[in-house]
Design a protein around this ligand. Structure first.
Ligand code: SF4
Length: 156
């Protein structure tokens, strides 16, 4: 069974980032070119346009957490829906092609794709321990997640 990796689309140069640009990362492109991959953009899958206002995960004792954009709009539902649909897409692709989901390379710090560290919800650039909502699904499934910041293409 062939190993399959999940890759954030913005790291490959797709203009799906909140500001309408991308996060093209040559090491990730090299990884994509040398591994079987399926690409995702959970925020676009949740129906959010590009460009869109940046959003962060905001925690509170009362609500647990919400995802709020810089204009104060609650976009939690779009983020959670996009993450769930992206995970369903990946599973469907893996089943259809007889692949084993072996890992992911996702965009660091993002409220969807970030792994291990995310922004703290104050739009100040401060970072705290945590996962984006899509990365959290993968972690819950036991799928190893790396970001473009800790990708060592030589290891695979
Ligand atoms: S970080 Fe994830 S959700 Fe955000 S633009 Fe990149 S692929 Fe899409």
């Amino acid at each position: 069974m062939e190993d399959l990796y999940i890759v954030s689309r913005c790291l490959l140069g797709e203009n799906c980032k909140y500001n309408g640009g991308n996060n093209l990362t040559p090491d990730v492109v090299q990884f994509y070119d040398t591994h079987r991959c399926v690409t995702v953009c959970p925020e676009c899958r949740g129906g959010l346009p590009a460009p869109r206002p940046p959003a962060e995960i905001v925690r509170s004792a009362a609500d647990g957490y919400r995802i709020v954009d810089r204009n104060g709009r609650d976009v939690t539902e779009a983020f959670l829906t996009g993450a769930a649909l992206s995970w369903a897409d990946v599973q469907e692709y893996a089943e259809r092609n007889g692949c084993r989901i072996a890992g992911a390379v996702l965009k660091a710090n993002s409220p969807s794709c970030g792994h291990g560290v995310i922004y703290d919800g104050t739009f100040s650039g401060r970072r705290i321990p945590g996962d984006g909502v899509f990365a959290a699904i993968l972690r819950g499934q036991g799928i190893p997640v790396r970001t473009e910041e800790d990708l060592d293409a030589q290891k695979e």
